[in-house]
Write a protein that binds this ligand. Structure first.
Ligand code: SF4
Length: 228
């Protein structure tokens, strides 16, 4: 069980330098577009109002004009598991759903290994719009967009949050430590909801030898729901 199932039937060929399914190497301190003001308050919005607000959001001028559509999130609004990734990639921008394509298929297989179907969990990204040409998102774009994610978490009230990839982990944990240092331990969102860090599936497609560590991460996350 587990590792053996995390194999795609067809391993995709990734073009050199491509950044599939939203995984990017967000350089620390990179970016720095013109300052983006804070979003209007979203803390009282319900699901429909929040989704509508995101769909119409023009806050980051460049992203709003270059995206195909916003990628709000998908899944069960009463999910115990919430997965948080980084930003939409090209396929996600086209389909309007996070974690699609080969990395999404691998994520689905990872979930299945711990007995979860994709539709049982909720999946969202830190950033709701795809940065053009897969450029690194700017720090202020991430900061501007985070209130939407925090509202999604407040609405779902998940029992466990899985932070998928370095950037999601760093943003949610307020840390600039590398992923290796952030995984393997249990963090907490607002001192309450456990959070576990794991590798982005796009990274695992390139480096399958790390799947065992990801399996350990999933087991650690699952143990927070069932400590026995
Ligand atoms: S990234 Fe977020 S804050 Fe920026 S335009 Fe898109 S939805 Fe709005």
């Amino acid at each position: 069980m587990g590792l053996q199932r995390w194999v795609l039937r067809e391993q995709p060929e990734l073009p050199p330098g491509s950044s599939p399914q939203g995984e990017r190497d967000w350089g620390e301190g990179e970016g720095g577009s013109a300052n983006i003001p804070a979003l209007p308050d979203v803390t009282t919005l319900d699901w429909d109002a929040l989704q509508q607000r995101v769909a119409q959001c023009q806050h980051c001028g460049e992203l709003a004009t270059t995206r195909t559509q916003t990628v709000f999130g998908v899944g069960n609004h009463q999910a115990e598991w919430m997965l948080i990734g980084e930003a939409p990639g090209g396929e996600e921008d086209q389909q309007g759903e996070p974690f699609v394509g080969p990395a999404g298929q691998l994520l689905n297989a990872m979930l299945a290994a711990v007995g979860l179907q994709r539709q049982q969990v909720y999946i969202a990204n830190v950033l709701k719009c795809r940065p053009p040409n897969n450029r690194d998102p700017h720090v202020d774009e991430v900061a501007a967009c985070l209130p939407y994610l925090h509202r999604q978490i407040a609405l779902i009230q998940p029992k466990i949050i899985l932070l998928v990839g370095r950037v999601a982990a760093q943003q949610m944990l307020g840390s600039d430590a590398n992923l290796g240092k952030l995984r393997g331990q249990v963090h907490h969102y607002h001192d309450r909801i456990p959070m576990v860090v794991t590798y982005h599936p796009a990274y695992l497609l390139r480096k399958p030898s790390e799947k065992r560590k990801s399996w350990d991460d999933l087991c650690l996350a699952r143990a927070q729901l069932d400590p026995s």
